[in-house]
Design a protein around this ligand. Structure first.
Ligand code: MG
Length: 370
């Protein structure tokens, strides 16, 4: 019954970051579709479940041997598809290796496109990149069969995180536990905090801009607390297309791994008769300035999106360690962007901007002495 897919044999999938939440769910999707998908290799931060694959790579980016072995895996002629789910900026190098070797890439790590979207999309060429982020998967699905000239606006939905619905809450006073308590999605700590600051949505605006080649000013954010509509596309004739489903990452993962087909029973169906009301609200950009900061950084370019991303990553770490308050995260990003002198956008300059921002935030949050 299950189609063997476009290759006539199972697709050889390499999973970068198999121990994380997306990585685990990717392994689950592979296990459930043996006629269609085959685990070719993986990287994991620590030794975990016993698996059979051509490459089983333990460790972290930057460690002896690790980077070389990852490059060998993602450029191996037998590898068809690379799922990138290593968190943060460390995912950039292996993504570029895979793309330059002509591999299909399913990308969960939005930081890769935020930092170096132009370089990455150029390396991807006509193949493009298969999004795993749920909003971008929704937009991708809405765009199938449509021409680029028909698109008027992309609309990213945001759950709003745990604090959006409490306008009187003082964001200086919220605790780590409150910030980690996401109302809809179960995710890793970094992206959960990014959802609470709405910086996740800022990063996603930049991600969408590069993935779909749509101008930043034609990408909107709308608050949708139920997380049923994963995102929308508005077309020039006034039509609005949306993709709906459960807040379950196995669906966007299955869409990315199964493309151009759909994998049966990826998640339980959404019973439309049982849906409650769906609400949509405008984003309060004064209380949550992250989306505006991100849009401005991407418009100005020249290393600024890399500074936004790296400063945010370090500020979230500082918050998770108790070094700064919740409201200090976005403030740290804003200060770093103002202090950054600006650079070009070659890979070297982007990596330098990334290093600069990390040091800047570490020093300012008292975690690194000058
Ligand atoms: Mg998302």
């Amino acid at each position: 019954m299950t189609s063997r897919g476009p290759l006539g044999r199972p697709v050889n999938v390499a999973v970068l970051g198999a121990t994380g939440s997306i990585g685990q769910q990717t392994l689950d999707v592979i296990d459930r579709n043996p006629a269609r998908l085959r685990l070719f290799g993986l990287t994991e931060g620590r030794r975990s479940a016993k698996r059979t694959a051509e490459y089983l790579i333990q460790g972290q980016a930057g460690e002896a041997d690790f980077d070389t072995r990852v490059e060998a895996m993602v450029t191996d002629p037998r590898c068809d598809l690379v799922v990138v789910a290593i968190p943060g900026a460390r995912a950039l190098a292996p993504t570029l290796h895979a793309l330059k070797a002509g591999k299909e890439v399913a990308l969960a790590t939005k930081e890769v496109l935020v930092m170096a979207g132009a370089l990455v999309m150029k390396a991807a060429g006509q193949r493009g990149i298969r999004p795993v982020d749920s909003e971008h998967s929704a937009i991708w699905q809405c765009l199938w069969g449509e021409s680029r000239d028909s698109v008027r606006r992309l609309i990213l939905t945001a759950s709003g995180g745990p604090f959006w619905a409490h306008p009187d809450l003082d964001l200086d006073q919220v605790t780590l536990e409150e910030a980690l308590n996401h109302p809809r999605w179960s995710m890793g700590p970094k992206v959960t905090i990014d959802s609470a600051t709405l910086m996740n949505k800022g990063l996603e605006v930049i991600e969408a801009h590069h993935l779909f080649d749509v101008a930043l000013e034609r990408i909107s954010v709308v608050i949708h607390p139920q997380s049923v509509v994963h995102s929308m596309v508005e077309f020039v004739d006034g039509s609005l297309k949306a993709q709906l489903g459960r807040p379950d990452m196995r669906l966007p993962i299955s869409v990315a791994l199964g493309y151009p087909d759909r994998l049966a029973d990826a998640v339980p169906p959404t019973v439309v008769e049982e849906l409650d009301a769906l609400d949509f609200h405008s984003l309060d950009e004064e209380r949550f300035p992250s989306v505006g900061l991100a849009r401005e950084a991407a418009l100005k370019g020249g290393g600024r999106p890399a500074v936004l991303n790296a400063a945010n990553e370090e500020a979230v770490n500082a918050f998770l360690l108790g070094a700064i308050p919740f409201s200090g995260i976005v403030q740290a990003v804003e200060r770093a962007l103002h202090a950054f002198p600006g650079t070009g956008d070659s890979l070297e300059e982007i990596l330098e901007a990334d290093r600069w921002a990390r040091e800047y935030v570490k020093v300012k949050s008292g975690r690194l002495k000058t």
